[in-house]
Design a protein around this ligand. Structure first.
Ligand code: F6R
Length: 616
């Protein structure tokens, strides 16, 4: 989703273009930048374009070299189509103020009327442009002695909704920034940096990722923060906080697929390592204990909760459905997984409840809002995030990281697997199941990385044959039972996201209550049927589909009679039924990936999607 990057220092525009490139993975449809040069007096130099940062670089054509203040933006369209004029930055009519904005201004219609009444010429369809005209008006009408920061604060007070904003203006030697409900972080670099050797600079960014290797320190902004940053430091409102910088540790992980043709395939193959990392230090050497530290509540306190809510979106939500199943199985707790955008906080939160958010990015607005509502309604809050220092991780201040490594492909793969693993560890942390049962599960968990590795190297042509069935199909139906019922929801989502194939996913037993009407000659049915207690029932569901002409793609470790009813059998590793989703997800991911490749689609950046969904 939209990304902001700003830079203050030598070769600021170069820094911004570099930063924007590192934010590309978030997903966007246009890009732009603006810059101010030393002794600059006239309108601010800007460039913007639909398409990629690379297009922006060629359009800019070196024109911004030598600038010392610069802001840039990658836009994911919300208000107004994907056009050059809707791309950011947006400038005041005299060109002397220019802004970039992420988020949604909810009172945009009211503000548009105000701006038009003030005779400003509005040139785009965006809500963001209105901010620059309002700021221009504040600056022109403020009392003498007022500063740009004062005018900016007054402008912000007119806005409703969410924002991360950066502003530069002619005559001002810094950047104005504000944050509410959309992420924004500050970086500071002294000494050597990858932007410009020996230097001292400030950067502002939508996430911390581009700072690795460029900034030595980071400061996280809070909602409501409004600052002016210049080479002299950070200026805010009197009496209010100035963000503290902390040392930034970590390395920038390049979105480089290496030997793989796409990031998605690389990330699918990262899963054994990712699993090793999420399990590392959380399982005892003797295989008797699995424990997640980092929670505010002790396992004992968790056992005493009235209820545990899990909130998440998309793929993360499907992981929580599996996680809720584990927690229900191994603890006596009342647990429920909710889509964050539909979280009934006032009904399910209160004292003695815990609400845990699960998020790869740690920035998903719906998830963040659900957590805020949970807190407001008296629930303790906690989180599982992949991105270190992300908004949700900082907001909850307790929980566990997923350690899947940076995920660049829009379609989430390794983060899903690690979410399921982390939730299983949480279930075991809370549970008091008998030693023997615990040992068995811990043994299975320990063998997971190796099993996923083996699943990845199995090459019997079955995926290819299954993709042949799927190619050309109008739709597909996914079925599973028990622990595999939520897993097939994830399989269908992956297929829709990257291969644009309309898919339905149902528990096998539900099929006959409606969706079976859709099966006609040749309809692909993807059935996940590990050899657990649901296998005989899955066999019935599969036969029901086959009788009606369905082409069965069976994902199973079983070698018995069930395979007779399949057109293609994708053989999986035999697992205990607890860990099976983390192995069986691999063929589901590969099916989606290979179908998308066969259709020559943009696998890593599917249309209309963003990696970090920071709007509601
Ligand atoms: C699917 C996908 C999305 C995300 C969802 C939540 O492949 O990536 O469905 O899972 O937008 O994102 P996070 O986990 O960042 O909160």
């Amino acid at each position: 989703m939209c990304g902001i990057f700003g830079c203050l220092g030598a070769d600021a525009a170069g820094g911004v273009l570099n930063g924007l490139r590192k934010l590309e993975y978030r997903g966007y449809d246009s890009a732009g930048l603006a810059a101010i040069f030393p002794e600059h007096d006239g309108p601010i130099e800007t460039e913007r374009t639909t398409g990629y940062v690379a297009d922006l670089v060629s359009k800019a054509n070196g024109r911004f070299d030598g600038a010392e203040i610069s802001i840039g933006h990658t836009r994911w369209a919300t208000h107004g189509g994907v056009t050059d004029s809707n791309a950011h930055p947006h400038s005041s009519n005299d060109g002397k103020i220019t802004i970039v904005h992420n988020g949604i201004i909810e009172n945009a219609l009211e503000l548009l009327e105000r701006v038009e009444n003030l005779d400003y010429d509005v040139q785009s369809e965006t809500d963001s442009e209105l901010i620059v005209h309002l700021l221009d008006h504040e600056l022109k009408t403020q009392s003498s002695g007022g500063t740009p920061l004062d005018a900016f604060k007054s402008t912000i007070s007119l806005l409703e909704g969410s924002w991360a904003i950066a502003v530069i203006m002619t005559g001002m030697e810094g950047i104005l920034i504000a944050r509410k409900g959309a992420p924004l972080v500050l970086g500071r670099g002294t000494g050597t940096c990858s932007f410009h050797g020996d230097c001292s600079h400030f950067c502002v960014s939508s996430d911390v990722q581009p700072f690795y290797g460029s900034c030595s320190e980071v400061a996280y902004l809070d909602d409501g923060d409004i600052f002016y940053i210049s080479k002299d430091g950070i200026e805010g409102s009197e009496g209010l906080r100035i963000p503290e910088f902390e040392v930034l540790e970590g390395v920038y992980e390049e979105g480089d697929p290496g030997i793989f043709p796409h990031m998605m395939l690389k990330e699918i193959h990262d899963q054994p390592n990712a699993l090793t990392n999420v399990l590392g230090g959380r399982i005892s050497a003797d295989g008797t204990r699995a424990e997640l530290g980092g929670f505010k509540l002790t396992p004992e306190q968790m056992r005493g909760l009235d209820r545990l809510n899990l909130v998440a979106c998309g793929t993360a939500y499907y992981a929580t459905l599996i996680g809720a199943n584990y927690i229900r199985q191994f603890t006596g707790l009342t647990v429920e997984a909710f889509r964050a955008s539909e979280f009934p906080a006032s009904e399910v939160c209160g004292p003695n409840t815990l609400t845990v958010a699960i998020s790869q990015s740690g920035e998903t607005k719906d998830t963040l809002d659900a957590l805020q509502e949970a807190k407001k309604n008296g629930s303790e809050i906690s989180s599982f995030c992949n991105v270190i220092g992300s908004t949700i991780a900082r907001m909850t201040g307790n929980g566990a990281y997923l350690y899947a490594g940076a995920e660049f492909a829009v379609a989430s793969t390794k983060a899903f697997t690690n979410m399921v693993a982390a939730l299983l560890l949480l279930a075991l942390t809370i549970s008091e199941i008998p030693e023997k049962q615990r040992k068995k599960i811990v043994r299975e968990i320990r063998s997971l990385p190796a099993m996923v590795s083996r699943q990845l190297v199995e090459e019997d042509g079955s995926i290819e044959r299954a993709v042949e069935i799927l190619d050309g199909a109008k739709s597909a139906i996914f079925i599973g039972r028990g622990i595999s019922a939520p897993l097939v929801l994830e399989g269908a989502l992956k297929m829709m996201e990257v291969a644009y194939l309309p898919c339905l996913a149902y528990p096998g037993g539900e099929l006959k209550h409606g969706p079976i009407a859709l099966i006609e000659e040749g309809t692909p049915v993807i059935a996940v049927a590990p050899s657990d207690s649901t296998l005989p029932l899955m066999e019935s569901s599969i036969r029901e589909c086959r009788t009606r002409g369905g082409k069965i793609i069976l994902i199973t470790d079983h070698e018995g009679p069930i395979t007779k009813f399949a057109d293609v059998v994708i053989q999986t590793q035999t697992t205990g039924n607890v860990v099976s989703p983390m192995v069986n997800v691999v063929p589901l991911q590969l099916l989606a990936y290979h179908l998308a490749v066969r259709k020559e689609l943009n696998v890593d950046r599917p249309r209309n999607l963003a990696k970090s969904v920071t709007v509601v």
